[in-house]
Design a protein around this ligand. Structure first.
Ligand code: AP5
Length: 220
């Protein structure tokens, strides 16, 4: 399985990518997670990416493509992988096609998780992460501060780019630079749109269903 999860910020790509990764036994490759780890550990890539991420802008294509080219060469990606948050621009998608062509591989499919802006703003506004166990606790409408992690009692925090003004910027960037990928992958006959509303289990069931169908089509 070689697939892409596409969708606006907060659509549930990260949440669902973990499930897909478990179900198919393939690594989840999240450019957002890789960049945040580089920012946290203070690498050169992290230093360069930080300013873009804090403003809700995309990190330059060249940096991201190099990062992906290196990541998909790792041994755990040999049997396939799920891309979460990449590609995010047409030049990134073209670069991915080139990288896969060099490896004589092709994408099985691209799943767009469809969620409206209002729900996205609500989901991201309620997202708290734990400094202890790293889990994501969603508390929509929370006004009195996040308190402690319900799983381990650790300290909760919000991502720097989850501030309301940055979320609006991320949505605008998505519409301008990432949404054109819908047409790009539709044109290649690779796109499947999944309703991203409902419970995490419901959305997960829909995504696994279309991915299994794509895999069957690919084998035919
Ligand atoms: P990245 O980390 O990829 O951010 P994003 O796409 O904006 O993704 P999010 O993590 O906010 O959303 P998600 O769709 O993964 O949803 P999640 O599952 O977390 O990128 C961050 C930044 O890095 C970018 O802005 C950019 O600067 C840079 N970057 C990354 N990749 C790049 C690239 N390729 N090129 C250039 N720059 C790049 O869910 C969100 C919340 O909703 C969670 O709290 C979750 O619990 C909740 N939730 C999930 N599903 C449901 C549901 N069904 N019902 C209710 N709540 C739900």
């Amino acid at each position: 399985m070689l697939a892409v999860l596409l969708g606006p910020p907060g659509a549930g790509k990260g949440t669902q990518a973990g499930r897909v990764s478990d179900s198919f036994g393939i690594p989840q490759i999240s450019t957002g997670d890789i960049l945040r780890e580089n920012v946290r550990t203070g690498t050169r890539l992290g230093e360069r990416a930080r300013a873009f991420m804090e403003k809700g802008e995309l990190v330059p294509d060249g940096l991201i493509v190099d990062l992906i080219a290196e990541r998909i060469e790792q041994p755990d990606a040999e049997g396939g992988f799920l891309l979460d948050g990449f590609p995010r621009t047409i030049p990134q998608a073209v670069a991915l096609d080139d990288l896969l062509r060099q490896k004589r591989r092709t994408l099985d499919g691209v799943v767009l998780i469809d969620v409206g802006d209002e729900e996205i703003v609500q989901r991201i506004g309620g997202r708290y992460l734990c400094r202890g166990c790293g889990r994501d606790t969603n508390m929509p409408g929370l006004e009195s501060g996040p308190g402690t992690c319900p799983h381990c009692g650790g300290e909760l925090y919000q991502r720097d780019d989850d501030r309301p003004e940055t979320v609006l910027r991320r949505l605008k960037v998505y519409r301008e630079l990432t949404a054109p990928l819908v047409e790009y992958y539709e044109g290649k006959g690779l796109l499947q749109v999944v309703d991203g509303t409902g419970s995490v289990d419901e959305v997960g069931g829909r995504i696994l269903h279309v991915l299994h169908q794509m895999q069957v089509e690919h084998v035919k």
